[in-house]
Design a protein around this ligand. Sequence first.
Ligand SMILES: NC(=O)c1ccc[n+]([C@@H]2O[C@H](COP(=O)([O-])OP(=O)(O)OC[C@H]3O[C@@H](n4cnc5c(N)ncnc54)[C@H](OP(=O)(O)O)[C@@H]3O)[C@@H](O)[C@H]2O)c1
Length: 266
Amino acid sequence: MSQILSTHRLQGKNVLVTGASSGIGKSTALLYAQCGANVLLAARRLDRLQDIVAQARQLNPHGAHQAISLDMTSNEDISTILQRSTFPHIDILINNAGLVKGIEAVGDIADDDVALMYSTNVTGLIKLTQILVNHFKQRNNGHVVTIGSIAGIEPYPNGSIYCSTKHAARAFTNSLMKELISTPIRVSEIQPGLVETEFSEVRFRGDTDKASNVYKDLDPLTPHDVAEDIIWVTSRPPHVQTASSLIFPTNQASAALVARPGKSGV
Ligand SMILES: NC(=O)c1ccc[n+]([C@@H]2O[C@H](COP(=O)([O-])OP(=O)(O)OC[C@H]3O[C@@H](n4cnc5c(N)ncnc54)[C@H](OP(=O)(O)O)[C@@H]3O)[C@@H](O)[C@H]2O)c1
């Protein structure tokens, strides 16, 4: 299979995945390991990362995998990440860490929620990307992949802050791609629709009933589905740059247009 998909191009690559303790980031880190890459897994919950590193080692025993603590709201954590890593260099950055808090309408949104979503999804992402872009420029090689969202294309009610953070990440990523047009450094954005992860639990502040209702009667994307897209985008030949990849479950066609035909059981 790796011959057909050319994932052999990922063998020995060093990949930094943020938000690797859960959901899309975890699946992506494990799929990279399976493709023979070395994975630097970053998030706040280090205990979880250690377990995932152990799984990565089983999938790629010859690879070098490392768990590293990273709070995207901490300047110190971000600015020291390359020094704290045991990796000699990074080839691919997966900007995946992100979150949404609440469904309040404008006027009722807590300042703390605004600050947390912006510092994680926007300013933290920008700070980390600047560090890695300078690193990639020194090496004249690299790939930045931002996990955006349909929310970054189409804002919806009761998601104003999250949607605006994903619009900001999209604009930043797109500007970066244009700035790097004369270099071999690639820039891509993956824009998923509904993916069943801990994302909705975080949105509903731990209310698992409300979170599972989001995915009721439909087959959402799995984190693995998105990971496969990320692997595809980053394993193309060096002259191929996927600028953006919008990926939906089959029963979704926009942020708000979701059919609920019942679970297919597949
Ligand atoms: N699920 C969806 O429907 C969906 C759709 C479109 C886009 N997305 C995007 O996909 C990305 C991954 O989300 P997911 O669905 O996989 O959700 P998830 O399961 O909740 O995972 C989120 C990850 O982000 C990390 N994270 C959150 N805040 C952080 C911080 N301050 N510093 C460092 N890491 C932080 C979490 O790790 P720690 O808590 O351990 O730090 C966790 O590993 C996000 O950018 C999200 O916006 C999700």
